[in-house]
Write a protein that binds this ligand. Structure first.
Ligand SMILES: *[C@@H]1O[C@H](CO)[C@@H](O)[C@H](O)[C@H]1NC(C)=O
Ligand SMILES: *[C@@H]1O[C@H](CO)[C@@H](O)[C@H](O)[C@H]1NC(C)=O
Ligand SMILES: *[C@@H]1O[C@H](CO)[C@@H](O)[C@H](O)[C@H]1NC(C)=O
Ligand SMILES: *[C@@H]1O[C@H](CO)[C@@H](O)[C@H](O)[C@H]1NC(C)=O
Length: 375
């Protein structure tokens, strides 16, 4: 049985004696538990989805074979990641967190797949963002071997949804609290035996555009509970590997803002609100991230609320916005603005404590979409 082998492999890798030495105040055991928290969420999501929707449902939604078999493989991988991390933590003498109960907004195949794609993308960003904090080489390699597989899942699902499988040359890393901010709305409650992780959620930031978002599109954002709507000097940045890309921000009051998607940002992208505009770190993020799918100009199929678009093997399918999950579709069509945002890459090579490569940001992007399912 695959899972058993993986569990054994975890022990055999000798992921024991998690070192007490920490970088940035988070131990390797905490990072593994943080990763396990996300893997539980993903594994439960797929388990629930595969219970909810049959192979026939997927085919009816235009996802032809071998899509269903591949999806089951994705689900199985997430389960293996759970087994592996659980086993590694036990071997290290740490207490692995157990699964929580979840509250997913998806209600049909289309919304399920859209959320699957978003979650895989968040998984990639989470492992990428955590990498610089991992002390032990063995753990780093283990985390890297999960990261690459999450990236394959993400590419497959994105392609299946008619999105660019790899929308840009560099993925966007998210830090612990940023990831927790987008993941926590799905977590209803956790067993009290789960130790508290040293992570917190920022006030939520939700995007309310319904259709294609691309370079120059004005994105409507709304900050949620906990955001101080009277705060001054609020700025907005897209998070990229080279650092925050500051974008023009208009405030409408009441926690409502508009930002313009800058050049050099494509695919599953993240925007945060910050106090000041020097850094975008735990110290000054005041809301978000919001997840914004930025597509290529001229890309086929206009995408909807959750990055839904035309799908591979699905040439005759039309999506309707009623297919969107209710909690996720906070969106309305945004107008295309020809105003190009100034994509000022941060001059600081350090972002959220992790070293980022410096250099110019990416190529020109165009159309696309997606709002997050995160509220
Ligand atoms: C990393 O973890 C492994 C397995 O627990 C251990 O054998 C090794 O000594 C650790 N390395 C460092 C540098 O702490
Ligand atoms: C499974 O179906 C239930 C009932 O419709 C729904 O509440 C839940 O969100 C669905 N889960 C997924 C992962 O789509
Ligand atoms: C940062 O904020 C200052 C003060 O509001 C402003 O002058 C400057 O243009 C901003 N920089 C960027 C990159 O947005
Ligand atoms: C696509 O067309 C085929 C053949 O006409 C049909 O059987 C199938 O139901 C259609 N799929 C959708 C999603 O409309």
């Amino acid at each position: 049985m695959k899972v058993t082998n993986i569990a054994l492999a975890g022990a055999a890798l000798g992921l024991a004696n998690a070192t007490p030495i920490v970088k940035r105040g988070i131990s390797d055991a905490d990072i593994l538990n943080y990763a396990l928290t996300l893997e539980h969420l993903e594994a439960s999501f797929y388990e629930e989805g595969l219970k909810n929707y049959t192979q026939e449902d997927f085919v009816k939604a235009g996802m032809n074979d071998p899509f269903y078999a591949n999806l089951r493989e994705v689900a199985s991988d997430e389960k293996s990641h759970v087994e592996f991390l659980t086993s590694a933590l036990k071997a290290a003498g740490a207490s692995p967190v157990a699964a929580c109960t979840y509250n997913f907004p998806s209600t049909d195949v289309n919304s399920f797949l859209a959320l699957a794609s978003v979650l895989e993308g968040v998984g990639v960003s989470a492992y990428l963002g955590a990498a610089a904090s991992i002390m032990n080489d063995t753990y780093l390699t283990a985390a890297g071997s999960i990261l690459t597989v999450e990236a394959r899942h993400s590419a497959y699902l994105r392609a299946s949804l008619g999105e660019a499988p790899y929308a840009q040359a560099f993925d966007n890393p998210l830090d612990f609290n940023e990831v927790f901010t987008v993941a926590s709305p799905f977590i209803a409650s956790c067993p009290s035996s789960n130790g508290a992780l040293p992570v917190k959620a920022f006030p939520a930031l939700t995007m309310s555009n319904m259709d294609t978002v691309m370079t120059g599109t004005k994105v409507n954002l709304m900050a949620g509970t906990g955001f101080d709507a009277s705060a001054t000097d609020i700025n907005a940045a897209f998070i990229t590997v080279t650092g925050p890309v500051w974008v023009p921000l208009e405030s409408m009051g009441d926690g409502k803002f508009t930002v313009t998607v800058p050049k050099g940002v494509a695919g599953q992208s993240y925007v945060v609100l910050t106090k000041g505009n020097k850094t975008a770190t735990d110290d000054n993020i005041v809301a978000g991230p919001a997840i914004v799918e930025v597509g290529k100009k001229g890309a086929k199929g206009s995408m909807m609320g959750m990055g839904m678009g035309n799908r591979i093997g699905n040439k005759n399918m039309t999506m309707s916005s009623s297919a969107m999950p209710t909690r996720a579709s906070t969106s309305s069509m945004s107008g295309w603005s020809s105003t190009s945002a100034t994509a000022a890459a941060s001059s600081s090579p350090v972002f959220n404590g992790a070293k980022r490569i410096s250099g110019s940001i990416f190529g020109v992007v165009g159309a696309g979409v997606l709002a997050a399912a995160l509220m």
